[in-house]
Design a binder for this molecule. Structure first.
Ligand code: 2AM
Length: 174
C-alpha cells in the first residue's frame, strides 16, 4: 500500500481552494484536476509500505507531539513539467509547520523509513498535466487552524485515485 502523512482540509479551506481550481479550469486548455475530497497538504510521503511498516508508522505518529498551528494558503504556483504543469496552492512554510514536518521526518527516519530528501515545499495540488496559457496569480491569503494530522493510504479503485485516512493524531491542548 502507498502511504503518506497529510493535513486534510476543513470545509471552508476546501471551498476556497476549489474556487482557485475553477479559475484554473477556465484558463487552462486541458488537465487532470484533483477531486475535491482528495485536496490535502502532504507533510511526508512514505511510499509503498507493507503491513509491518504501516503499524510502525502508526506507532511513530502516536509518539509525535505537536501544537495546533495555522496553515496559511498564500499563493498559487506551478511546477513546470514537460508533460504539462502541476498547479498548486502554496502554503507558507511557517516555523510551526516546519517544526511539525521536521519532527515527523526525524522520527520516521529514526524508525528506518527511507524518506525523500527533497526540500519540503508545502503545497496543495490543484491539478496536473496542465497545458495552456494560464498564469499563476496573486491571491489573498487565508488560514486554517490545524489540530489533526492523518496517515493516509492512496489507492487506485476503478481507475480513480482514492485517499483514505487510516490513523489520526491530534494536537496537544494548549
Ligand atoms: P503532490 O501532490 O505534489 O504530487 C500522495 O501521492 C501525496 O504524496 C501527494 O500529495 C503527493 O504530492 C505526495 N508525494 C510526494 N512525493 C511523492 C512521490 N514521489 N510520488 C507520489 N506522491 C508523492
Amino acid at each position: 500500500m502507498r502511504l503518506f502523512i497529510a493535513v486534510n482540509l476543513n470545509i471552508e479551506t476546501r471551498e476556497h481552494v476549489l474556487r482557485l481550481q475553477s479559475e484554473l479550469r477556465e484558463q487552462a486548455q486541458s488537465g487532470h484536476y484533483t477531486a475535491p475530497q482528495n485536496l490535502h497538504l502532504t507533510l511526508i510521503f512514505l511510499g509503498e509500505c507493507d503491513d509491518w511498516q504501516k503499524e510502525k508508522a502508526v506507532s511513530v505518529l502516536d509518539e509525535v507531539v505537536f501544537e495546533p498551528f495555522d496553515m496559511i494558503v498564500e499563493r498559487m504556483g506551478r511546477f513546470r513539467r514537460d508533460r504539462g504543469d502541476i498547479w498548486w496552492a502554496g502554503v507558507r512554510n511557517t516555523p510551526a509547520l516546519r517544526t511539525v514536518q521536521q519532527d515527523l521526518f526525524e522520527q520516521l527516519k529514526d524508525a528506518s523509513f527511507e524518506l525523500e530528501k527533497r526540500r519540503f515545499r508545502p503545497h496543495i495540488t490543484l491539478a496536473r498535466s496542465i497545458h495552456g496559457e494560464a498564469k499563476p496569480r496573486e491571491i489573498s491569503s487565508f488560514a486554517e487552524h490545524v489540530t489533526r494530522i492523518d496517515l493516509m493510504v492512496s489507492e487506485r479503485i476503478g481507475g480513480r485515485l482514492v485517499y483514505t485516512p487510516i490513523h489520526s493524531i491530534n494536537a496537544t491542548l494548549r
